[in-house]
Design a protein around this ligand. Sequence first.
Ligand SMILES: Cc1ncc(COP(=O)(O)O)c(C=O)c1O
Length: 376
Amino acid sequence: MNNLSWIEISKNNLISNLKTIRQITCPEAIISPCIKANAYGHGLVETAKIFISGGADWLSVNSIEEAEKIRQADLGQPILVIGHVAEYELERIFDLDLRLFISSFDYAEKLSKIGQTKNKIANIHLKIDTGMHRHGVLMMEAEELAKKINDLPHIKIEGLATHFANSAEPSNPSYFNEQLEKFTSIVSKIKNITNHDLIIHCDKSASLLVYDNHISNLVRPGISAYGYYPSSEVAEIAKAKGINLKPALAFKTIIGQIKKILANSFVGYGCAYTTSRPSTIATIPVGYYDGYDRKLSNKGYALVSGQRAPILGRVCMNITIIDITDCGQISSGDEVVLIGRQDNEQITVEQLAIWADTINYEIITRLRESLPRYYI
Ligand SMILES: Cc1ncc(COP(=O)(O)O)c(C=O)c1O
């Protein structure tokens, strides 16, 4: 690769994860992988194409902006916008042929009016807040809202959705069960109002991987489609059931400048590291601008020549300094692995998340969008 730093994505692993999700979902369910946040760092449009080739029926995006990029790439799949849509963007729903979550009459009425002028129907999915307390209409207002929207012209309640707050903590399932019960009860009430078949969806990675009976006929898996588990608890349960996801992403760079410094030398900003021995150090052209977390300062490792090379001092904006004293004969330009495998050593996204005191979701979604991505 002719780059300073880059990301490699395994097409086979993305497709394998989607097939795994298909196997644990009821066979007729619509698979609508979440490709928001630049497809969890994997590259929006290319990943969407790979998911479609692996059997994705729909695509779930966060924003109109993301949906527009998918349409510009001429991908014809139904698109569900699951994030906030501003009033001024509502017209784009019709122009780009999108579905969206609706939680208020105000929005529904505005959509209906735009639909009238364009002589088109908007397919909306009523988002019900069963306890996450983020987007969605409150349970006690949901039935009334469904009735009012159902009476509007140029708008069709196509689906009902909710989002679980703690399905990734299955050792404490009571709140999950409470939300599921609430959702099941409101679904049956609203079905009586619309008098047509509805697309029902609540499942994301954690609930799909942990629980076996799903009421959804559409699923919105995110992190699992990329090969990661939503939590270590979920990973344990899923693996015990024989579910093996395959991480699709590797993050690589090259050795920059190499130099030998004496014991008791400071390294980097704030003199935050002091060598305890004569050391061979190297720069790598990656920093927090690239999504390489500053909390990795003096904590994380990179792989050089199949060995773990400790990060010395603070991660800078575009540069990080590593200790290659124990890595053998290294030259400028040699490959360095920040996420992924090199010989017998591996740095997982989860390991980076522990070092950086965050979650795997944040590690992958913050990888700089403009880093070159190679799909192999
Ligand atoms: C509404 C909604 N559905 C589905 C997902 C996918 O979740 P996960 O990546 O845990 O599968 C998300 C992710 O944040 C979401 O916000």
